[in-house]
Design a protein around this ligand. Structure first.
Ligand code: IPM
Ligand code: MG
Length: 357
């Protein structure tokens, strides 16, 4: 397996280092592994004058899977779109056609107390936010900033969803639900937006091909409310790019910390990019305090989806559960009575829990 390793910026570098060592430890000699590191984000600007250097893009195109840390620096939003370190990830997603973004949200029993919600609301929580990742207002044209006749600046973006884009995501949603609790909740804003009306129509049509899966619909505002009020009702929540961006941060906090949430962005054919849901977190970068578990759990997703080695994936997930049971906590999930550790020590603990390869 050829793996592109893109640590990127901020805490991305720190958590990816721990994820890589866990990947190597988990795989051992079971699968030949070729890891190639390349710069992206601000690191790409420094190394090659481009947040997504052509060599990095080529490497990702040729790789079987990509392990991504984080990209972005403070002030990102002041630069033109294609020069923004944070936007390099968007270009990569688009180029590699990584349209299906899985953001599983599950509760480790040990962390129930770290959630801001009452224990009975989150105990046993297990849902997936399936976010469409290559369309919507993120990529819709026209976009830009124009000057109106009265001299005032106006920013504009276009929300677009075509049937084929929604259809392929819908099939992924229903197939995923079949491996779980057979429920899909499609989330949009069809009461206001035409793009959402098409989204809903397609989900209804595709849903008819999966009579064994229950399909429900929620407007995004109600979905946000329900995620906080009664999140256990959800199995697969399928939604568009911008709504998925927002709802997945919201859902992340149900588990106590966004530092716990892994993700997989998949193209047709098994290629995937694996990354923690959190960003570069410049405010805490470089201090060895970031939680590497989201990156490590992203490695588990890589083992499951791109390596098709569910056994190795479960092994990594069990090691994470074990270190949590043993009381190891980074600052974001720390509670009195547990053992506060840094990024590296957490990686050490997971690697030790994996045992000899
Ligand atoms: C995410 C992030 C990205 C997004 C940013 C870094 C461009 O927030 O993956 O959720 O908006 O998709
Ligand atoms: Mg986000």
């Amino acid at each position: 397996m050829k793996i592109a390793v893109l640590p990127g910026d901020g805490v991305g570098k720190e958590v990816t280092a721990q994820a890589v060592r866990v990947l190597e430890a988990a795989v051992g000699n079971a699968v030949p592994l070729e890891l190639i590191e390349a710069p992206i984000g601000q690191a790409g600007v420094v190394a090659a004058g481009d947040p997504l250097p052509p060599a990095t893009l080529e490497l990702c195109r040729a790789a079987d899977a990509i392990l991504f840390g984080a990209a972005g620096v403070p002030g990102d939003e002041k630069l033109p779109f294609d020069q923004r370190p944070g936007a390099s990830l968007l270009r990569l997603r688009k180029d590699l056609k990584l349209f299906a973004n899985f953001r599983p949200v599950f509760m480790f029993p040990e962390l129930i107390g770290a959630s801001t919600l009452k224990p009975d609301v989150v105990d046993g929580l297990d849902l997936i936010i399936l976010r469409e990742l290559t369309g919507d207002v993120y990529f819709g044209e026209p976009r830009g900033i124009r000057t109106l006749p009265n001299g005032e600046r106006q920013g504009y973006n276009t929300m677009l969803y075509s049937e084929s884009e929604v259809e392929r995501l819908a099939h992924v949603a229903f197939r995923t639900a079949r491996t779980r609790r057979h429920k899909v909740c499609s989330v949009e804003k069809a009461n206001v937006l035409e793009a959402s009306q098409v989204w809903r129509d397609v989900f209804v049509r595709v849903g008819a091909e999966y009579p064994d899966v229950e399909l429900t619909h929620l407007f995004v505002d109600a979905a946000a409310m329900m995620l906080i009020r009664a999140p256990k009702q959800f199995d697969v929540m399928a939604t568009g790019n911008i709504f998925g961006d927002i709802l997945s941060d919201c859902a992340a906090m149900l588990t106590g910390s966004i530092g716990m949430l892994p993700s997989a962005s998949l193209a047709d054919g098994g290629k995937g990019l694996y990354e923690p849901v959190h960003g570069s977190a410049p405010d805490i970068a470089g201090n060895n305090i970031a939680n590497p578990l989201a990156a490590i759990l992203s490695v588990a997703m890589m083992l499951r989806h791109s390596f098709v080695r569910p056994d190795l994936a479960s092994h990594v997930e069990a090691a994470v559960a074990r270190v949590l049971a043993d009381g190891y906590r980074t600052a974001d999930i720390y509670q009195p009575g547990t053992r506060k550790v840094g990024t590296i020590e957490m990686g050490d603990a997971v690697a030790a829990a994996l045992g000899p390869a």
